[in-house]
Design a protein around this ligand. Structure first.
Ligand SMILES: [Zn+2]
Length: 471
């Protein structure tokens, strides 16, 4: 037995739906004496095997699976519970000298287990400044009174005068954030941006990774993946998805634990893609609508579900590229390191050689404690491309800027309801994503037509462009 066998290591598998994550987990488990831990937020729930896309017990081939289908559908299982449960399982698997294999597409689940703190901000809307190493700064009555009479704009100007770095991050209308930054200065005598800088420096020295980790990102070329995801939706419908969705609606109907305002699809199984999309269809069905109406709603539901599935896949990929890979890269200078590999799952006919064989090979070397793991960029062209694009370290919170979209913003005259709407994005990543969005592209086409019409009729309408935010 090798004496340098890697101690307390972890293998993590992530990627979108439809790339064979669960299969790879099973193959790896068989090859390296491993056990699988589910990291999919929907698959923790009991039942609903079609909408949650669980592997069947035959497909498991005898490999133990943990945290799969064990939570009652009407209960909300939090990421904190998952973190605790998964760490207990990992410890137990290590005790038995086996290898834990974490697999799933829920990014905040993977993140909560791999990294000690939630260092990767899951929502870019909240850069998590509240916890940036600040002493408790509770809002004092005095402070509130002093500022309550000031306008949003005045407060923002005040902040810009003392702490321009922070002012750059907040929109003047975000009164709560602006006040918070002013309050930090008043209470601690130091700029909010200095606290943030300091915590980022501390973070760079911190050992954040819990286990030496081998990370597999199963990737499929987007056009191929889209086709596969769409076919999968059709297959789910054929397999009886509507029965599960109706059942889910009944299960959740009188559930007070999950009861948010109606239309709140954020908790538990409600997040399952399809539940919201087929809401109108299922409602019409129980209201005995005509067959023609039902068929229209059913087709619309399928269309919406395909778009939602694709949107979700894009978000998963954005997280891996923008957050997970930089966090992994940042561990390379530390004593506990993460090693990301991209496996090409584009061509399912070649899955056995490109995903399974390569994955097993790398996993064996990792578990064997081989100091020279294969060069991750030499695996394939796509691996080289995706890994070389990844940043060396995560974005500094202070580098985040507000971006304004002039295309999507509407003046009071333009808006149908007469209320002006300014569209702001937080940070470069969110802005780039916005530029790719359907909404933005629709608005861009609309503005272009408007400008063309204006110029042909000799009018003088100012054409808006994306240029405003270009550096
Ligand atoms: Zn826009």
């Amino acid at each position: 037995m090798a004496t340098n066998l890697i101690q307390r290591g972890l293998i993590a598998i992530t990627g979108t739906t439809g790339v064979g994550k669960s299969q790879l987990a099973i193959e790896l488990a068989r090859a390296v004496n491993g056990e699988v831990i589910n990291a999919d937020a929907l698959q923790v729930y009991r039942g609903y095997d079609i909408i949650t896309n669980k592997v069947s017990s035959e497909e498991m081939l005898g490999v133990p699976h943990h945290l799969l289908g064990f939570v009652e559908p009407n209960r909300e299982y939090t990421v904190q519970e998952f973190e605790r449960d998964a760490l207990l399982k990992i410890n137990d698997i290590h005790q038995r000298n086996r290898v834990p294999i974490l697999v799933g597409g829920t990014n905040y689940y993977i993140q909560s287990v791999m990294f000690r703190k939630s260092l990767i901000t899951t929502t870019s809307r909240d850069p998590g400044l509240q916890d940036a190493g600040l002493p408790g700064v509770a809002g004092t009555r005095e402070f509130d009174l002093l500022h309550s009479a000031k306008s949003d704009q005045d407060l923002w100007e005040e902040l810009r005068a003392v702490d321009p770095l922070m002012a750059e991050k907040w929109h003047a209308r975000n009164r709560r954030k602006v006040l918070r930054s002013l309050e930090v200065l008043a209470a601690t005598g130091r700029l909010h941006s200095e606290w943030v800088k300091e915590s980022e420096v501390a973070r760079e020295k911190e050992e954040v990774l819990r286990f030496p980790t081998l990370v597999f990102w199963l990737y499929a070329d987007p056009p191929t993946l889209d086709k596969r995801l769409f076919e999968r939706v059709d297959k789910m419908v054929d397999r009886g998805m509507f029965d599960e969705l109706s059942q889910l609606a009944r299960d959740l109907a009188d559930e007070t634990a999950l009861a948010g305002p109606s239309g709140d699809f954020t908790a538990g199984l409600k997040q399952a893609i399809g539940f919201r999309e087929f809401g109108p269809y299922l409602a019409a069905k129980s209201a005995a609508a005509t067959d023609a109406d039902l068929e229209l709603l059913r087709l619309q539901g399928i269309e919406d579900m395909k778009l939602s599935t694709r949107r979700y896949a894009k978000r998963q990929i954005a997280w891996i590229r923008n957050k997970l890979l930089p966090e992994c890269n940042a561990t390379l200078s530390k004593s506990v390191t993460a090693h990301p590999y991209v496996l090409d799952a584009t061509d399912l006919d070649r899955w056995d050689s490109l995903v399974k064989a390569q994955g097993v090979d790398i996993a064996k070397q990792f578990i064997g404690g081989d100091q020279r793991l294969p060069d991750a960029t030499a695996i394939s062209e796509i691996a080289a491309k995706l890994l070389s694009e990844a940043k060396e370290k995560p974005n500094s919170v202070l580098a985040w800027k507000r971006f304004h979209c002039p295309i999507c913003s509407k003046t009071a005259e333009e808006a149908r309801d007469g209320v002006a709407c300014e569209v702001w994005l937080n940070g470069q990543d969110e802005y780039n994503q916005h530029l790719q969005s359907r909404q933005h592209r629709k608005n861009r086409t609309y503005r272009k037509r408007l400008a063309e019409r204006a110029s042909s009729s000799g009018g003088n309408v100012k054409a808006r462009s994306d240029d405003e935010n270009r550096d």
